[in-house]
Design a protein around this ligand. Sequence first.
Ligand code: PLP
Length: 295
Amino acid sequence: MLVRIDKARVEIIKTASSIDPGIRMDALRLDLIHPVISGNKWFKLRPYLDEAETLHKKKILTWGGAWSNHIVAAAAACRESGYSLTVLVRGEMPAVLSSTLENTMSLGAEIFYLSRDDYRKKTIPPFIDIEDFYCIPEGGSGEPGVSGASGIADLFEFSEYTHIICAAGTGTMSAGLLRRTRPNQELIVIPVLKGFKELENLVRKMAGTGPGKLTLHHEYHFGGYARSDPRLFSFMNDLFEKTGIPTDVVYTGKLFYAAMDMLAKKYFTDGSRILVIHSGGLQGNESLQKGTLIF
Ligand SMILES: *Cc1c(COP(=O)(O)O)cnc(C)c1O
């Protein structure tokens, strides 16, 4: 069984109130909950591993890209809870392995590479006997992932906030959080994929219910998934200098940028209490050239 996590650090972002003294903005530091299984992946994985246990499965199969936060989190979670993990990675084996792949392997996972075409078709290689495995979808999406992610709302005083703001890839975490909102609360979602306009309906559908207001803000993707530019790097460095909060280049850098930009543009009325969910993902920064970030 994976250890239970029932608390996470919430800290005030002081620079936010210096931009707009009428508000208070806090950060939920899910990046600090575990040395490897950082952020939201822990919460999305847990119900899957519980189900694998109920079904008496010992072997887990999952999917992901070469820099995926999910695969390394799954490897650590499987090692801690006694499962063997096989990962099907998108694309040919790279000449130089990413640190994500290295770490995933050093946590005992077995990796096979699929061509992009086979990956898209979810082809199972012939040497894998799928009957033996419990499968976790890419990114931990799906209903167990949504219900696991809704547990993030139990880590802090959810009802104290007028706005919760988070980044989205598949929208699984957003759906879990939306489920927990009340009518006077707004969930602000920052998609990191470019032009993912169907995401709003997807999140509502996955959530099923959620009386709170949901808004998606599509202008903070910085060119698309895993794209970035010097403007983002200098924002991330500046944020770290001012607050001590490290962010990642794929999700949380864009998230904090959006939060600060919306603040500067007076999106929030006086008296707002805003919680930014730092969903982890720092391992992905290894993909950057050394010296790009100061942390
Ligand atoms: C996976 C991930 C997300 C996105 O979660 P979804 O549930 O797919 O929307 C956000 N932040 C980080 C750091 C992640 O690793």
